[in-house]
Design a binder for this molecule. Structure first.
Ligand SMILES: Cc1ncc(COP(=O)(O)O)c(C=O)c1O
Length: 360
């Protein structure tokens, strides 16, 4: 088999190796069923057991309270950008959005179709390189939406926003879900695309409070009502069975790692090494403010585009792939989600040291 290299892709992203191995073993026969994992009916006993275990492990990892539903939906996190306001905003209502990057900007655009949007804070003035310390909320927002980790700009909330009054908190946690402990009870809705910390692309995990499921809009298509998916245990239509299966394997792996507290410690150590190097480097510097730095996506530049390109090529030659930064930040981005190995971070630091030395 071809040697695996270090994959710093922002998503789809590196998966835990035991997950890939177990999935491979079950391709031809899931357990002793004689039917491969890709081939089981979503209504059959074998897949129902997979779905139940995946949900159970998802709940156990974050201690999800009983009054929350766990849904496995489709359409990516991008669908949640409109599904949330479609279900909860009507003309005349206002929702507050914390704008800290391109994904929250996209969420705002979609919400404007359904009601009023109040921007509670915006970090655009410095190209989203920081998380604003304060937010100024509207009088009575229906909900407050934020993006916990900004995949493109390499920033991350360290403290959750506190919505005013009865407003519920909605979090796009696509790029840091289950990377650290999470107090689900503080949120109305948490959603995340699967392709970074949860498995392959194709499922959106939605954790939603029961009363919200019940109070959401009825005059919208069935497939866009959370209610229908909750009533049908995410099998209202054919769900992406293989991705849910893989997500279940990722949850099992996470539990074997010691759960969210333990994985958070690993993530702090991994990102910590990179940031320490950047802080003393004479060539590279991080782009995000120190107090806003993401543990998942570390963005950095040399300040010279030609040198950035040269470093990316230099790193590729050493088996470090996917380091090119998003065009709106430039430079480099090391996406180091839960499954990214510590050895890959060491290899990146070594490559930066060598490059810095070689350039004099
Ligand atoms: C924070 C965040 N939100 C939303 C999205 C969009 O997700 P999807 O491609 O699943 O629609 C991404 C994708 O990278 C993301 O990083």
């Amino acid at each position: 088999m071809t040697q695996r290299i270090f994959n710093f892709s922002p998503g789809p992203a590196v998966q835990p190796e035991p997950v890939l191995q177990e999935a491979r073993e079950n391709l031809l026969s899931l357990g002793n069923t004689g039917i491969g994992v890709l081939e089981h009916s979503h209504r059959g006993k074998a897949f129902s057991a997979v779905l139940a275990q995946t949900e159970a492990d998802c709940r156990a990892l974050a201690g999800i309270p009983d009054n929350y539903r766990v849904l496995f939906l489709q359409g990516g996190a991008s669908t949640q950008f409109f599904q949330v306001p479609m279900n909860f905003l009507t003309k005349g209502d206002t929702a507050d959005y914390l704008v800290t990057g391109a994904w929250s900007e996209k969420a705002v655009e979609q919400a404007r179709r359904y009601g009023n949007v109040h921007i509670a804070c915006n970090s655009k003035d410095r190209n989203h390189s920081y998380i604003p310390a304060t937010a100024s909320y509207s009088d009575r927002p229906k909900y407050v939406h934020f993006t916990s980790n900004n995949t493109i700009f390499g920033t991350q909330f360290k403290v959750d926003p506190k919505p005013p009054g009865d407003a519920f908190l909605v979090c796009d946690a696509s790029s840091d879900i289950y990377s650290r402990p999470i107090d689900v009870a503080k949120y109305g809705i948490i959603y995340a695309g699967s392709q970074k910390n949860l498995g392959p692309a194709g499922v959106t995990l939605v954790i939603i409070r029961d009363d919200l499921v019940k109070s959401a809009a009825l005059d919208i298509p069935d497939m866009l009502q959370y209610r229908f998916h909750a009533e049908n245990d995410s099998c209202y239509n054919t769900p992406p069975t293989f991705v849910i299966y893989c997500m279940g394997l990722v949850f099992k792996w996470l539990r074997q790692q010691g759960g969210l507290k333990a994985i958070a410690e690993h993530n702090e150590a991994k990102a910590g090494k990179l940031y320490s190097y950047l802080d003393q480097s004479k060539m590279f510097r991080g782009t995000a403010d120190r107090d806003s730095r993401s543990l998942m996506n570390v963005t950095f530049v040399t300040g010279n585009e030609t040198l950035d390109k040269r470093f990316i090529a230099f790193a590729e030659q050493r088996g470090l792939d996917g380091l090119k930064g998003h065009r709106s930040v430039g430079g480099m981005r090391a996406s180091i989600y839960n499954a990214f190995p510590a050895a890959g971070v060491d290899a990146l630091v070594a490559a930066m040291q060598e490059f810095e030395r070689s350039q004099g």
